[in-house]
Design a protein around this ligand. Sequence first.
Ligand SMILES: Nc1ncnc2c1ncn2[C@@H]1O[C@H](COP(=O)(O)OP(=O)(O)OP(=O)(O)O)[C@@H](O)[C@H]1O
Length: 805
Amino acid sequence: MAKRKQADQPSLDSYFSGSVPKKLKATKVKTKAGPSKPPEVIELSDSDDNSPPVASSSRISPPPSPKKVIRLGAATTSVQRKEPPYSTLTHDIPAFVPIPDDYHLTSGSVAFSFLAYTLAEISKTRSRIAILNGLTNCFRVIAIHHPPSLTPAIYLLSNTLSPPYAQVELGLGPSAITQSIQQVSGLTAANLRKLYNKHGDPGDVAYAAKVNTRTLIPLPPLTISGVYEALLKISNCKGQGAAKQRQHIVEKLLVAAKGEETRFLVRILSQNLRIGAVRTSLLTALARATVLTPLPEKLSSKWYASAALLKTVQKGDESAQEKLKNKFKRAEDLLRRMFALQPNYEYIVTALGEGGFEHLSENGGLAVGIPLLPTLGTPARSLEEVYERFGELPFTAECKYDGQRAQIHIQRTGAGIEVKIFSRHLEDMTDKYPDVVATMMQMSTDKGVDSAIVDAEIVAVSPDTGELRSFQDLSGRARKAVNIGDITIPVCVFAFDLMYLNDKVLLEEDFRVRRALIRQHLPPITSPVRGSAAFAHVEACDSTEGLAEVQSFWNRAVQGQSEGLMVKLLDSGNASAEPDRGDIAIPTTAKSSKKLSAHYNIDQRTYSWIKLKKDYVEGIGDSLDLIPIGAWNGNGRKAGWWSPILLGLWDPSTGKPVAVCKCMSGFSDAFYKDLTARYSLNDEDNCSARPFWDGDFGGFRPSVYFRPHEVWELRGADITVSPVSTASQGLFGGVSGEKGLSIRFPRFIKLREDKGIEEASSPTQLANMYQNQPSMRAQGKTAGADDGDLEDPDPESENVTEDEL
Ligand SMILES: Nc1ncnc2c1ncn2[C@@H]1O[C@H](COP(=O)(O)OP(=O)(O)OP(=O)(O)O)[C@@H](O)[C@H]1O
């Protein structure tokens, strides 16, 4: 591996003496406190027009002086500048913007004010590239000043404290935050409520509440790692007195926070940063930052950009720009893959620091005991579409069971056999299924399975007949610490994939091979011993059995317990061959000519897995996963309950829900009662007269707003252009300009306890579904009739008038 000269390794100084002109040296970081003449920086590119990047100078604003910071909310800080350093950078080659005065501590840490500054800058824009550049710059600055602050910064930016499987939860409710703000600001409850009514967002409220308070003795500045550790401490407060301890820590943080720090500290505590920085942006920014400012050691020009390359890029050399973009691409792909194999930021950052990209690619990877990001399927509306997509390639149609997805890890060590079970959301649910653990241990012992990672669906079964039961029955099982002796809802594990077996990674094997290994090494257990679960292979029908068989298998699936089919490619190949399917009409349009992979495609919604759900014929193809975000007061039989319920999509570009439709179908009375108790008016943490975020509600005006934290699966008859909803605005083209999409006749199917709100359906998914509706495909349209009909076919449900909207 070629090592680069030490001189090539970027450091803060090399940025000033290398790619940045000498005149910058004169204005280089001044460390005295207070606003000073800001340093000039050179941007590699800064225009919107895609012209070659030119060197230009802009100014970095000094930190806001507390008294001058004036306006809350979106876009204003204390200093008016013509060119905010990040938001003007819309090119995908980011400039390096050095840390502004006062945001850098010399004592081996990075001030939290720098993170707040970055957050304030990137919250001014919705441009993905500008956000990416802001994050990239933030990571480069931290990598130069204090690499150990990198992991804490990523956790703070991702609104998490640990990988999902470690389950470190902050456990801080909105009322605890409100009480702390009140305590620190000295405001009365009434005045604080006024601020909430005015601003809505707790971060903006805290900022306004604290803006005029002064501490008598200046406190040491908050640091990025200090804030992260404080949050870990909060999450560790357990048992008696925990609420008090948590509040004490929050108050200490709030007292020390100044200016913009307060706003973003409270948004972090509320776990709602609102900057649209999702996992992909964070990993992309980390990859780019590392290409531009490598973490120390073992550098190879294959991965990193030398100072010489950056200089050439800066001069506008197109081939150098191309080279740099290729390096970005390679690094981004690697980081995303490594994260999909081991979703742990700390692991990635440590590996990068210990030996860079090479080290990560050589040592990173799948580990038994740590869940990987699973394969996901793409929806289809008919068997015809399946044949259309796969062409002549052989496939298998499997039953789509209605249970809970489980990634089961088995590892035999000197100390015994260890089994771990993870949800689709990567949470550790081992102690929910002690019966499954017992089965897998038995399997490992009896069949000599030393290590394995199995993808499976856990389904509730009837204790007497062994018949499959519904997902609702399964959700009756307690979520945690289940004792084998207390199990009243037995389960069966339906194994449908195998990613690892006896020290061999199987991700790059075709599905046909993986399936054969399941059948060979993990045989069914139909009569489990008391206290353990049954184990089965999924029922399936291969395309080689002929069209008539596949069709009758589908018919049986439609009539039976299953949700439909999961149709999977058996061997990788090119799907371009002309299919000859007798009486099935294959549309001549859009026949796939793509190379399709039958590998286990981690973290991908793959075309080689097609989900075909029962009610594809009448409905909108796939179901939607929506977030309950508000409700109206019910009338008639539903008086005293919330009805209808306002639902939203999750918009990853803003990091917020956006209202899409209201629903009053598919709910039982028991569900209504439970829902009204869950979102009680007496529980300010979950139900409020004001929205919990400054979101996009279109024309919907519910009586109350819900804290967005649940995901519900819904089906609808149709997706239509709506005069009320603004969801998917601008994403589906066509005639309707400002209008959004909505769902006609939405019907509640079930609560998705395995999904977080960030996994709910997105505006882009809805727009794609809209454009793929048979009516649209048949007409070749890109936008539909403007019916905007939100009425509900449920005879039980009252009509909602326009006034209520
Ligand atoms: N034979 C099977 N093969 C694969 N998945 C199956 C099978 N049977 C049931 N499933 C379940 O079906 C899910 C995929 O379809 P579905 O859309 O219903 O779920 P989802 O979790 O909402 O997925 P998505 O994110 O793709 O929308 C899998 O995550 C798995 O839990």
